[in-house]
Ligand binder design. Structure first.
Ligand code: GLA
Length: 400
C-alpha cells in the first residue's frame, strides 16, 4: 500500500512538473523590450529611465507591464560555479536590485536567454544549464523569460522548450515563457502547453513592407510578417499567443504607418511589446501607444485573433470578434494616395465562421465608434463614409 501511494505521488509530481504556469497571460502581454532600438547597448540607467517613463507617459496606466532586457545583459562567461552573471559594467548593482526597482513601480521584469550553447549575440546560452538558470531567475525575481533559438545544433525545438518550461516550473516562480524560435518549427502546433507566446517569423524591421536579407536570414517589415502568418489564427487564445514580434512603432515609419502597425498588432491579438526609445519618443508616437480604446481590442477577454475580411482596390478590411457580441473592424489604406470609403453594411456578410460569430446588421443596429479619433460615427443603419490617408487606418468598434 505504501508503495502504491508513493507511486501515485511520484506520477502526480511528474505530471505537475510537466505544465507551464497557467493564468499568466490570459490576454496578450503588454510591455517593452530593449532589442529593436538598443541591441546589446543596454545598461541599468536605461532600464530605470524606461521604468520611470512607463509611469510618466501613462504607459503603465494604459496597461503596459513588462520591461524586458534582451540579448547583451550578461557577462561573456559564467562564474566558476556555472552561474550566469550580469555584466558588471552595464549592471553594476546586479539584476535583483534592478528587479526591485522595476517592481517598486508596480511593473514586471523580463530577461532573455537562448536554448543554444550561446545567445545570438554570443553570450552564454542555457543549453545544459536550464535548471540552474531557472533557479537564478527565480532568485532574482524575474517575471518573464524570452528564450531564443541560436546555436542549437541537433536540438529539437519542442524538447528544448519543454526542458526550459519544466525548469521554470520547478524553480516555482511564475514566469511568462516567451518562445522565440522564429516560427521555424511551427510552434503554434505544439507550444500551447509549453509557453505563453511564440514568435511566428524571423525578426521584424522598421518598414512597411520590405524584406532585408542578411545572408542566411532576413528581417521583415510589418506587412511581410502579417502576410506570412495570416493563417494561423486558430492556434491563438487566452494564455497562448501568436507573437508577431516586438513593435517598431516610433522607430522611423510615418505616424500613419505606426498607427496601422499598432492597429494590426491589436487586431492580431499579438503581444504588444514596444521597441522604441521612450526617453525621446514624439507626442504622436506616445498618443498611438497609449490609446486605451485600441488597446482594449487587443486585450479583449475572448482572445480571438482577428483576420482579413477582404482586400480590394488596395483597401484591406480586418475584423475581430469581441466579447458581448461586439466587433473590431479596421480599414487599412495600402495605396500611396488618400482613399474614400462608402461602406454599405447591408451589402456585406460579416462573420467569423471559425468561432461561429456573425455581425447581424440586418436585425440589429450597431453603434460605430472611431477608436483613433475617439468619435462616434453613427450606426450601421447608414453607410460608413470616411477618408483614409495613405498607409493610415480607420479602426472601429461596433457595439449594440
Ligand atoms: C534573435 C531574436 C531577436 C533578438 C536577437 C538578440 O534574432 O529573434 O528578437 O532577441 O536574437 O540577439
Amino acid at each position: 500500500m505504501k508503495n502504491y501511494f508513493l507511486t501515485v505521488l511520484l506520477v502526480f509530481g511528474l505530471y505537475c512538473n510537466a505544465q507551464k504556469f497557467e493564468g499568466l497571460a490570459q490576454t496578450p502581454p503588454l510591455g517593452w523590450n530593449s532589442w529593436n532600438t538598443f541591441a546589446t547597448n543596454i545598461n541599468e540607467e536605461l532600464v530605470k529611465d524606461i521604468a520611470d517613463k512607463f509611469v510618466e507617459l501613462g504607459l503603465k496606466d494604459a496597461g503596459y507591464e513588462y520591461i524586458v532586457l534582451d540579448d547583451g545583459w550578461m557577462a561573456k562567461e559564467r562564474d566558476t560555479e556555472g552561474n550566469l552573471v550580469a555584466d558588471p559594467i552595464k549592471f553594476p548593482n546586479g539584476m535583483k536590485a534592478l528587479a526591485n526597482y522595476i517592481h517598486s513601480k508596480g511593473l514586471k521584469f523580463g530577461l532573455y536567454n537562448c536554448a543554444g550553447s550561446k545567445t545570438c549575440a554570443g553570450y552564454p546560452g542555457s543549453r545544459g544549464y536550464e535548471y540552474q538558470d531557472a533557479r537564478l531567475y527565480a532568485s532574482w525575481h524575474i517575471d518573464y523569460l524570452k528564450y531564443d533559438w541560436c546555436n542549437t545544433e541537433k536540438l529539437k525545438a519542442e524538447g528544448a522548450y519543454i526542458t526550459m518550461r519544466d525548469a521554470l516550473k520547478e524553480a516555482k516562480r511564475p514566469i511568462v515563457f516567451s518562445i522565440c524560435e522564429w516560427g521555424d518549427n511551427e510552434p503554434w502546433k505544439w507550444a500551447k502547453d509549453v509557453g505563453h507566446l511564440w514568435r511566428v517569423t524571423g525578426d521584424i524591421i522598421n518598414c512597411w513592407d520590405c524584406e532585408i536579407g542578411h545572408g542566411s536570414w532576413s528581417s521583415f517589415g510589418v506587412w511581410k510578417i502579417i502576410n506570412m502568418r495570416k493563417d494561423i489564427r486558430t492556434f491563438a487564445g487566452p494564455g497562448h499567443w501568436n507573437d508577431f514580434d516586438m513593435m517598431e512603432v516610433g522607430n522611423g515609419m510615418t505616424d500613419a504607418e505606426d498607427r496601422s502597425h499598432f492597429a494590426m498588432w491589436t487586431m492580431l491579438a499579438s503581444p504588444l511589446i514596444m521597441g522604441n526609445d521612450l526617453r525621446n519618443a514624439s507626442k504622436e508616437t506616445i498618443k498611438t501607444l497609449v490609446n486605451k480604446e485600441v488597446i482594449a481590442v487587443n486585450q479583449d477577454k475572448l482572445g480571438i485573433q482577428g483576420f482579413r475580411f477582404s482586400n480590394e482596390n488596395n483597401l484591406e478590411i480586418w475584423i475581430k470578434p469581441l466579447a458581448n457580441d461586439e466587433w473590431a473592424m479596421t480599414f487599412v489604406n495600402m495605396s500611396d494616395t488618400i482613399t474614400t470609403i462608402n461602406f454599405n453594411w447591408n451589402k456585406h456578410d460579416i462573420g467569423d465562421n471559425l468561432n461561429n460569430r456573425f455581425l447581424n446588421v440586418k436585425n440589429i443596429i450597431y453603434k460605430v465608434r472611431d477608436l483613433y479619433n475617439h468619435k462616434d460615427l453613427g450606426t450601421t443603419s447608414r453607410n460608413l463614409k470616411a477618408e483614409i490617408d495613405s498607409h493610415d487606418v480607420l479602426m472601429l468598434r461596433l457595439s449594440k
